[in-house]
Ligand binder design. Structure first.
Ligand code: ADP
Ligand code: X2W
Length: 261
């Protein structure tokens, strides 16, 4: 069941930011959809850029179950890479495609409430929907909000949020359809073949077998959370294929369908 919503949250993984052609295609697709009246929120990661910047600053990268352990001294580098460089690289691609965008983070306009997720991960954030007014305003103007996954908690602490989880929260906030675009065609089976459709029981089986792991495990769990809570299919697909982006703009299902049951 694909949700018949006039709002679409598209999340793109960080590898897109290193592919000019991919960004240009995505923004052209977004421009066409917005011209037809589709409201779009773009949420982005930037994990590979963070890795590069940490290395350049002589810092180590450590991940636990797909989430980056975020010690205090890494926060300025991570915030700079995600809310700074990644966000502006995407805005530049939007402007080039003639799309009016607003570059922002989870800390803007009271959209979410944030807290530390788990002390053992350091300054990793967990967010929940708060107030949709700011995003609704941007969407009502026909603008494209481009949102990085940096949040700030009530004590003023900057937090690093996984971008798939950020996207799920914004989809819940504005009651939107959710599409998670990565550098793979969808969820792949043990032989590297695309899986058309998955529900929770199938995901658990593949996770236990080690077929779904790391970033994909976080992504699929985030997708299941929205699918089950909102009773809608969430798509996990690729930004690499122009076909998929064209299908997306025609409202077709692409990649792997994560099912509510
Ligand atoms: N079963 C699977 N199918 C596809 N990708 C998988 C699978 N298990 C693990 N992965 C890994 O997950 C990655 C996608 O997650 P992630 O790196 O977090 O992407 P993004 O940055 O696009 O959010 C793939 O590039 C792949 O290396
Ligand atoms: C807590 C956590 O893991 N944060 C992520 C945020 C960026 C992200 O999610 O980027 P991708 O979508 O490109 O993977 C990180 O630091 O890499």
């Amino acid at each position: 069941m694909t949700k018949n919503s006039d709002t679409l949250v598209i999340k793109v993984g960080g590898a897109l930011l290193q592919c000019e052609m991919g960004m240009a295609r995505l923004m052209d697709t977004a421009a066409k959809m917005i011209a037809k009246g589709q409201r779009i929120i773009l949420v982005h990661g930037g994990g590979c850029l963070v890795d590069e910047q940490l290395t350049a600053n002589g810092m180590k990268t450590e991940k636990l179950d797909g989430l980056r352990v975020t010690p205090a001294e890494q926060i300025p580098v991570i915030v700079g890479a995600l809310a700074g460089t990644s966000n502006k690289v995407l805005q530049a691609a939007a402007i080039k495609a003639g799309v009016t965008s607003v570059g922002m983070s989870l800390a803007d306009g009271n959209i979410v409430v944030a807290k530390v997720k788990d002390e053992s991960l350091g300054f990793v954030g967990e967010v929940a929907p708060k107030d949709a007014m700011y995003l609704e305003f941007l969407l009502s103007q026909g603008w494209l909000p481009i949102v990085s996954s940096i949040a700030i908690d009530e004590s003023g602490q900057q937090l690093n949020v996984n971008a798939d989880q950020a996207a799920t929260v914004l989809a819940k906030l504005v009651d939107a359809q959710l599409v998670l675009l990565s550098d793979v065609s969808g969820v792949l089976d043990g032989k590297g073949q695309l899986i058309q459709s998955l529900n929770r029981a199938q995901v658990e089986d593949l996770t236990n077998k080690g077929v779904i792991e790391k970033g994909m495990k976080v992504k699929v769990e985030a997708a299941l959370d929205v699918a089950e809570l909102m009773g809608q299919t969430v798509q996990v697909a690729s930004w690499r294929s122009a076909d998929q982006l064209a299908a997306l703009s025609n409202g077709q299902s692409i990649g792997t369908q994560i099912q509510p049951n």
